[in-house]
Design a binder for this molecule. Sequence first.
Ligand code: ATP
Length: 222
Amino acid sequence: MKKQFAVIGLGRFGSAVALTLAESNCDVIVIDRNENKIKAIADHVTLAIQMNAIDETALKEAGVQNVDVVIVSIGENVEASILAVMILKEMGIKEIIAKAVNDLHGRVLANLGVDRVVHPERDMAQRVARSLIKPQFLEHIELSPEYSIVELPAPKSLWDKSIKDTNLRAEYGINIIAIKKRYTINETEKETWNINPLPTDVIKKDDVLVVLGTDRDIERLR
Ligand code: ATP
């Protein structure tokens, strides 16, 4: 069965989330009080409803209680964001993701029991800054102040070695959690993912590694 989502608030963030989910063939209900925003997206999603997100009866009629995940993406109107989350919690929504516009807003949302609070501008700014400081890291997800998941081109010292022979776990305390294989067919670049690779899998020159470890150890490996 298709995964079902509801996106409440069609600012830049909410619209981009809704369209990406819809393009990935998910069922997406979108809600906004602004008629023009609803009209603009209606053809691209499963259901687009113009309504006030803090109207509990209307939320139920829209079928929001049946979806797997609700994304609350109301920003500037912090009061509406908080009230919408409270109502959704009371409705027993399984998973709520909410956008915060500042730290205090984020803390309130977390205290209300939101499963994941996102700070799009702050998070993106940090990613851009990190990519400038460490351009060799393609992606960097900070798990804790010490641990990260990093995507990096396979270092030359690992080429043509099996994961077991690299001895990364023993020597560096680093785990390879995925390998992206890049290759060219008919002058077109393709890529495939080897998730959870085996100890016998061999690392090649153009591979990209996704590794988990402490920042210090990952830096050492690089
Ligand atoms: P972004 O930065 O993602 O563009 P934003 O922070 O500017 O978004 P807002 O403009 O505050 O976000 O709100 C996003 C959307 O939420 C708007 O389209 C607005 O119409 C809608 N919205 C705000 N309050 C409500 C509400 N009570 N019910 C339904 N929709 C609402």
